[in-house]
Design a protein around this ligand. Sequence first.
Ligand code: TRP
Ligand code: SF4
Length: 334
Amino acid sequence: MKKTILTGLRPTGNLHLGHLFGAGQNYVKMQDEYEFFLEIADVQALTDNFNNPEKVRKNVYELTMDLLAIGVDPHKVNLFIQSKIPEIAELTVFYSNLVTIARLYRNPTVKSEVSQKKELFGNDGESITYGFLGYPVSQAADITALGGEVVPVGDDQLPLLEQCREIVRKFNNIYGNVLSEPEAVLSNTSRLKGLDGNEKMGKSLGNAIFLIDSEETISKKVMDAVTDPSKIRKDDPANPDICMVYYYHKLVTPKDDLKTVCSECRNGDRGCVACKKELIKNLCDFLQPIKDRRKQYEDDPLLVQKILSDGTNKARERAKATMKQVKEAMKIDY
Ligand code: TRP
Ligand code: SF4
């Protein structure tokens, strides 16, 4: 019996290189060994985008196509839409009795997200919504409804997994042993830095290269990237280890060429403009097969719909089976 993986992504924008190297490549590696449910978390996306439903709707399809483009195989992975699984919403209600409000306020993930969303939730989070505060509960419902045993997530999500495990233990203590505790596996072993040298590549930080970026866009972004500031003239020697251009060369440039980049930089035999141009070309070459695959799905929206509805049907069967056991245990199986 294969173990079950459940993970989710909020449909709020396109995938960038950080998503690919941090998580996406991992999904593709794991898809053969596990029964894999990959949730397009539209209900969760609405918790902080409730005032922008068009954005969420559009990105459900954008995200699905991005995932298929990076090699998520729809024959191996059940891609499903969260809002199409009503059992998740039902479970969220039942679990909400098992979590205190104080515990939710203390959740480090919630805390840091609220402080990043001052516009929506006020300076001290004084306008936080019930829905946003409670999204860890709904995420516990996602995981357990599908019987997720292994949950690949970034380290920022670990507190949510811990909260889920607490809910599971509390449920099992009160109602009997129905749910199993999921185990987190870190999927961003190397969080990708941004072009500006920021520790994290992110859409809101404006330092990301998206998988669908055109050559022109990539050129502009790379031309603005942060290099070794001590290098002023083209033949000044520099240190590639403090240069974001070199950091990205390491991801996409063939080994032998990479050695050349490194030694020429150190010896002052390479100008930054030429070095950036080489990176732009390598990034474009790297992204081309992803874009080609994406194009096949862009040209066939009915296929994308079918992939989502097949995945959703599989997810729904699982969630219904869980719900039956949960309701029996809670004595509400009328
Ligand atoms: N909260 C996750 C994020 O923002 C997305 C997510 C939703 C998720 N449901 C999940 C992750 C279930 C793991 C398991 O990235
Ligand atoms: Fe960076 Fe290349 Fe310039 Fe060296 S030559 S500092 S690696 S851009």
